[in-house]
Structure formats: C-alpha cells, structure tokens
Design a protein around this ligand. Structure first.
Ligand code: XIL
Length: 635
C-alpha cells in the first residue's frame, strides 16, 4: 500500500557511468534486507560483545519531489566475530534507493570499549559494488563532534548514487579495528499478548485529510519501547517521528496533509511490533502482526521438526512447548538398549511406551533410538561366543522392533559405529569402524570380530519391521574424513543389500547427522556432507541438533561443567549459527525429512552449561529460536 521511495532495485537501472576504483578487500557480508514494504520504519541495533550502539540512518529521495524517504531508527543486529582485521558493519540499502538518489546518513555511535578514540572508531561510507564485489563508487562522510562517549555522525548529502542492474549499495560503518559484523533484522512479532493496551485515538479529518495536529494517541505499552508515528498521503510517506515510551504514553502528532497515520511500536531488541493505522476516512486497524509462531508450522512444507522426550522431567509447561513446536519425538534415553533390554530375556518398555502413547494421542511421530551402540547398552548383549552374540543381537532387535512395530517412523539401527580421530581419507568402508581398541572400539566388534555386524543389524531390523525406515546415526559427520567414512560405510551396506537381495531398494534409508555443533562449526562443511550423502543416494536426517557456545570435544560426550552466563553477543552468534544451519537444511529439503533438536531447553540439555538449545531454562525463546523461525533475518 505504501509506495516506498525507491523500494525496488529497479531493472530500469540508470545507465550512468560507473567508474571503477579497484578491488575492495572486504569480506562480503550478507545483510538483512527489510521485507516489510508497508513499514517505512525499520529498527536495527548494533552491538559487539561489550557494548551497544544505536544507529539511525536517514536516506532522502530527491527524485521524488516534495517527499523525503526515511530509514529511521534502524536497528542493526550485530555480531562481533572477534576481530577480522578489515571488519566493519554494513547494510545493504539497495532496496531503498534508486539510481540517481542522494543519501544522507545520520547516526549516533557509542563504543565505551574504545572511549578515547571512538570519534574515529567508525567511518561511515556508502559503497556501490558491482556483481563481482568490486567497489565502483564510494562516498565518505565526515564525523560530527564527539560528546561524552557518543559520537554523532551526520553526513552532507551525497553525490547521486549511481548503479546498474546487479550492483549493490551498502552503507558501511568502517571500523579501524575491525570488530563489527552486522547481521539480521527482526521485525516480526511473536506471541499472543498485545504489546500495547488501553489504546485511545482521537482526531478529526476534513476532505479525506487528517487535520493538522488532530491525531492524539494514548495507551500503555507492556514495557519500555520506541514508538514511531508515520504519516502518509496516497501511500507516500510524509514524515516519520520516533519517541521512547516507558509504560503509558500520550502523544499528539502533526498530521500535515496526511490521509493516514501509522503508529508502530518496538520494544527494544525483542522482535515485537504492533501497528495501528488511523485513516482520515474513518477506517483504521489495530494489528498485532499474525506471525507464524510455531516451528513445525513454519517448516511444514520442508521437514518434520523434532525434539527429545524425557520421562523424568516432563511437566505441563514442557508438554505445551513440545506440542506447540514439534511433530516428532526421539526418546532422550528411554529407547536405549540399557533401558529396553536391561538383562537377557527381559525387556522393559514402560518409559518408551509412555512416550509413544503421548505421541500417538497428540499426532506426533516417534523415532526409535537406538539398537546397536557401544554405549548405554547392558553387558548381556555382547557376552558369550560370537554365535551367542549374533543370537543376542537378533533376539534383541527382533523383540524391540517387534514391540514398536507400526508405532515408530524409523530406527537408528546403528549408532556411532565410526571411530573418532580419523586423520586421513578412509582407505575402505571398514577401515575406520570401531573395532576392538579400548579407546575407539565397541563391544559388538570385540564379540563378533566381523565388520559386517553393522550390515547384519540393518537386515535384522528390516526383517523385524519392514515398514520402518532405517538410519545410520553418528556425530561429527561434518568433519571431512568422518563424513567420508560414513558415506563409504552406508554405500557398502546398501550395495551389499541390493546385490544379496536382488533389489533396487536401499536398506539404509537415511544417514542421521547428529549435529552436536558449536559456534565454531563451519556450515560449508555441513553442506558438503549433505552433498556427499546425496551422492550415494540416501536421505539425510538431522537427528540431534544443538549448538554449544564452546566446543565440547570431539568424542560425543556431554558437558556437565559449571554453567556460564550466556552473553548477549554469544546468544546472537548462536542464533546466527542456527540460522546458517537452517538455511542449508532448507536448501536440501528434498532429501532432509526431519530436523530434530537435542534438548527442549537449556536447563535440561545434556550440554546445559553450553546453553545449546532454542529455549532458556525458563522455557523462554532465545534468539536462536527466532533465528530458526526466520533464518533470513539472521544471516
Ligand atoms: C545423551 C543424552 O542426552 C544424555 O541424557 C545421556 O546421559 C547420554 O546420551 N549421541 C546420541 C545420544 O546418540 O543418545 C546422546 O544422548 C548424545 C550423543
């Protein structure tokens, strides 16, 4: 409805000459681009690990007579990546200007950590980059005087910004020390509770136009916030004004010639907006944005969204959270061999049945986790002669798979059969499977002395429940050598099965990438693994996703250390990591059926001190949650 000045990077880009200035050796950062075409007010925040700053950018559009287009109160979400030497922050503003527009930028910048020299801590520039990333034009702006630790920057109007189709324009705040990395924009509102209540709007209109000063608004915001009033005529923005409010507010706004006013509210960093529209024709609306707030709904077109179920600490609040966001469950421990098969000829399904009943009553799927593993398994399974252990394996898998037949979607038939510390390309499919060494082995191999025990387990599981999907599940599969070991192993199993049973079907339907990650995880490695598994013709499931703040070893162990506080910066970095991962998963949704998170909340996680999940210990959504909801806003 609102025509935004230069909203689109028009294909009809001006054919103005572009003078090259050589390569600009800067990391190309992908940046938030506001999607709310309706709202001309965008909110960003910049911060590094130690402090925060507000940035306000104003862009004018002299092309468009009598109108000034404002990007005001823009909140950049920043991530300090710890000092890339040529760092800076930037946002892509192509979406807001057209060729030939001029720009004016103003913002306040505060950097207490560099107090003595914050006046020259940041240099704002506008860059026009060609599709090849080369800067063709650059406009610099002078810094205004410093006051206290705040420095105000207001630029003169720039030269007209010229660019061609495929170019991008970014506002960059160049930081000499290179600490800034700007990411993400959050504009959606989540949750049901109205942020603003007790709203009263008064005013008068004449001839379809709001009378000057006629609009008064009062109400109460649920906490401190910034309110924006924006006036429009025929969909064109006339003016925008912002003010802070703490609880109740009352404002009288100048409407000069407007036919419509919008009031927008942002409560700081929270992704919550509300929009109140008043029109001179007597219409209007009060619209808390109806955002999709459920993970499973958000990804319903892509994959199932799972979490783990733990019989010991489930309660009403957790149940509600599970049902809101997840549509598939894995037992955190309740279907492990030590629980289902604690001793020979004795099975105990009480916990797993409780979970499965809960899932069935509520329409969730269940994943069976797990049969053959070197951990959390009773000794009887691997005791005796090789023949006896083959029998144990068969009766164990047969009994457990038989019990849950028709009730589970699939089984992690073999878990973690590939060893750690692989330092070269695996020479064969069996070279790096766990064998008998104390450090890297498994009691299954020790008893059976046959690398084909993995294949046999899959055949047994298939015989016991032919309709269940079967998975090979492991951790660190983003690591190149371990990735390759898993690809070779699974390919071997499927090839052997096809040959032996004269079939085209896979025995292993999917590789489960556990995905116990950290801020260090490189999503390019994750993508490369998915690509590799695609090559061998299997699907991929993300089966145990969590993202630790610090890396927790490479041995698949939990972290029972002391909890450290989650800093705002780490919380944002984690959100960005989740967003990057979800982006890779979405790109591969054709072969990914499920993304399961390992832990409902940070309090319950097996790596609790690392704050690895989407919800905090009070079950409040973290930035990671919003990043999974809207990955494009956190890249
Ligand atoms: C973990 C559980 O989360 C913990 O509660 C338990 O003490 C140990 O196991 N890989 C797996 C999961 O396949 O079963 C593990 O779960 C985490 C690593």
């Amino acid at each position: 409805m609102v025509k935004k000045c230069g909203l689109i990077l028009a294909a009809a880009a001006a054919a103005a000459a572009v003078s090259g200035t050589g390569a600009f050796a800067q990391t190309q950062w992908s940046i938030a681009v506001a999607e709310n075409e309706e709202n001309t007010v965008l909110n960003y925040t910049v911060y590094d690990s130690r402090d925060s700053a507000d940035v306000e950018a104003i862009a004018s559009c002299p092309n468009d007579d009598a109108s000034e287009y404002n990007i005001k109160g823009v909140m950049y979400q920043g991530v300090n990546y710890g000092g890339s030497p040529t760092g800076g922050i930037r946002t892509n503003i192509t979406a807001y200007i057209e060729p030939g527009d001029k720009l004016r930028i103003s913002f306040d910048y505060r950097s207490p950590s560099y107090e003595e020299n914050s006046a020259y801590d940041v240099t704002p520039v506008i860059e026009v980059k060609g599709p090849d990333g080369v800067v063709s034009q650059r406009y610099e702006f002078a810094a205004a005087p410093q006051s206290d630790v705040w420095t105000s920057y207001t630029s003169a109007e720039s030269e007209p910004v010229e660019f061609s189709e495929g170019d991008s324009v970014s506002l960059a705040l160049m930081n000499e020390r290179g600490f800034w990395h700007m990411k993400g924009l959050v504009i959606e509102r989540y949750g049901e509770t109205p942020f603003i209540s007790g709203l009263e709007i008064g005013g008068a209109a004449e001839g379809g136009v709001l009378r000057d000063g006629a609009v008064t608004v009062s109400g109460t915001a649920d906490g401190p916030c910034t309110l924006y009033t924006a006036f429009y005529n025929n969909g064109r923005l006339l003016s925008v004004d912002s003010r802070s409010a703490d609880g109740s507010f009352e404002l009288s706004a100048q409407s000069s010639g407007a036919d419509e006013m919008k009031l927008l509210a942002w409560d700081g960093m929270e992704p919550k907006t509300e929009e109140i529209t008043v029109r001179a024709d007597g219409n209007g609306s009060y619209k808390p944005e109806e955002a999709v707030s459920s993970l499973k709904e958000k990804y319903s077109g892509s994959f199932l969204i799972g979490n783990i179920y733990n019989n010991y600490n489930i309660n009403d609040a957790k149940t509600a959270l599970i049902l809101e966001h997840f549509n598939v469950l894995t037992g955190e421990n309740n279907m492990k061999p030590e629980v289902t098969a604690p001793s020979k000829n004795y099975y105990n399904f009480s916990q797993a049945d409780a979970m499965t009943d809960f899932a069935e009553e509520n329409g969730l799927d269940v994943i069976g986790h797990t049969f053959i593993w070197h951990k959390q398994s009773a000794a009887w399974l691997t005791e005796g002669t090789a023949d006896e252990v083959w029998d144990n394996m068969e009766s164990f898998i047969g009994n457990v798979a038989g019990h849950f037949k028709g009730r589970v979607k699939g089984w992690d038939v073999v878990n973690e059969a590939i060893r750690d510390n692989i330092d070269q390309v695996p020479p064969s499919w069996s070279y790096y499977i766990r064998k008998d060494s104390e450090a890297t082995g498994t009691p299954w191999f020790r008893a059976l002395r046959d690398s084909e025990y993995i294949y046999r387990a899959f055949v047994m599981a298939h015989e016991a429940d032919p309709d269940a999907e079967l998975y090979y599940n492991d951790y660190n599969l983003d690591m190149p050598y371990k990735r390759e070991a898993a690809a070779l192993l699974v390919k071997h199993i499927n090839d052997k099965y096809k040959q032996e049973y004269k079939t085209d079907e896979n025995l292993v339907d999917a590789i489960g990438m556990q995905s116990h990650y950290s801020l260090e995880t490189n999503v390019d490695d994750v993508r490369a693994s998915i690509d590799r598994f695609r090559e061998i013709g299997v699907k991929v499931n993300i089966t145990e996703l969590d993202v630790c703040i610090n890396r927790v070893g490479d041995n698949g162990e939990g972290d029972s250390g002391a909890a450290t506080e989650l800093s705002a910066s780490d919380e944002m970095k984690q959100a960005v990591k989740y967003a990057e991962l979800m982006t890779v998963y979405k790109e591969n949704a054709d072969i990914i059926d499920r993304v399961t998170f390992w832990g409902l909340n940070d309090g319950d996680s097996w790596r609790s001190p690392q704050h690895p999940t989407l919800f905090d210990a009070q079950l409040k959504p973290k930035k990671a949650f919003y990043a999974v909801m809207e990955p494009e806003n956190y890249r």
